[in-house]
Design a protein around this ligand. Sequence first.
Ligand code: ATP
Ligand code: MG
Length: 415
Amino acid sequence: MRQSQLFTKTRKEAPKDEVSKNAELLIRGGFVHKEMAGVYSYLPLGLRVIKNIEQIIREEMNEIGGIEMKTSILQNKEIWEKTNRWDDAVVDNWFKSKLKNGGEVGLSFTNEEAYSNILKQYVSSYKDLPVYPYDFKEIFRNEVRTKSGIMRGREFYWKALYSFSKDESEHNAFYEKAKVAYQNIFKRVGIGHLTYETFASGGVFSKFSHEFQTVTPVGEDTIYLDEKSGVAINKEVLNDEVLKSLGLDREKLVEQKAIEVGNIFSLGTRFAEPFDLNYKNENGEEQLVIMGSYGIGLGRLMGTIVEVLSDENGIVWPKSIAPFRAHLVLLGSNDEAKDLAEKTYKKLIQEGIEVFFDDRDVRAGEKFADSDLIGIPTRIIVGDKTVENSSFEIKDRASGEVSQKTLEELISELK
Ligand code: ATP
Ligand code: MG
């Protein structure tokens, strides 16, 4: 993409009411637009990052047997009454609306009811199980606090997978696989080293759920971390009995602020019961289906990555999710340099490399500042010297390292 054709521009300042670093940098870089508190639009650069994150999650979900689908956002009151989750006195963050011809609808704040209701239509025998459907979807929650930028939205984009298993042991085996898939996701998006699988509050059917918590001072949660074993516990569930049941020593735990980037839950028969979601086993006996839920907020994940990986000059995207792999920056207005930059741009595209081409007629200082802010992993400079030496000056955004490379060397590195 040519930078001259991108309608978004970088900004020196973020809106005054924006207090979080992630939203400040993402707004200044032209990744997101703030519509109102807790509601953001994704601009072309931001959407490219979200799509890359989405693809990594999709690959890891498919790897463990996930099947992608799409549930509706408008939700039927009756199905939520079955589980006693329609009433505002029970669920305090609904967005609801009235239909013109009478009746009410809700905007999805989660997906258990929708999936249980759909699966009820298709599951009747042990032969139909297990199944692992999932979707990427806009979720709506009437959150009270929205100070964390895109990490806490009133409208946000998530992935939710639901597991439908025949029994506890089949469920547990999948649950363990899902943990590994989650660890892979956080590694692949560049925050594996800061993200801990954390014991968190469970529900009626399980003592714990597992959160994936990324350590950062701006986190809204508090976790206690045993640095040696990597075991972490959410403050919500920390007590002597829990510490004892895991072999953990309260002295040795380190308190950390963290942000919950993902959460996986064993649901038992909490939803299968009200929906009569059962199947006939091999002996012809009716059994309730055992469910689990597995969520990740994509916007929250993107915001967290910005929080933990940016520096004083801007965002530092990991290669796996960067909006582009390389930022080709043309300096000066010399015709030969211009020609070389155009040729290089075309060649890189031909080689299948995603490249952002700063072909604008602006000062070098402005180009460098924008390039640092936008945070593409590799910067390629084309100027008069490039023409003379027939080698490009390359700058690595993360390390700041500068090197000289021929076109061939550059292509083999970027591919
Ligand atoms: P929190 O405790 O932070 O409010 P939650 O436990 O209510 O989150 P879940 O219902 O577990 O959230 O949702 C699954 C995932 O969706 C979370 O792990 C998080 O990544 C993401 N998520 C939840 N709420 C939001 C939000 N308001 N904005 C962005 N992402 C969110
Ligand atoms: Mg949660």
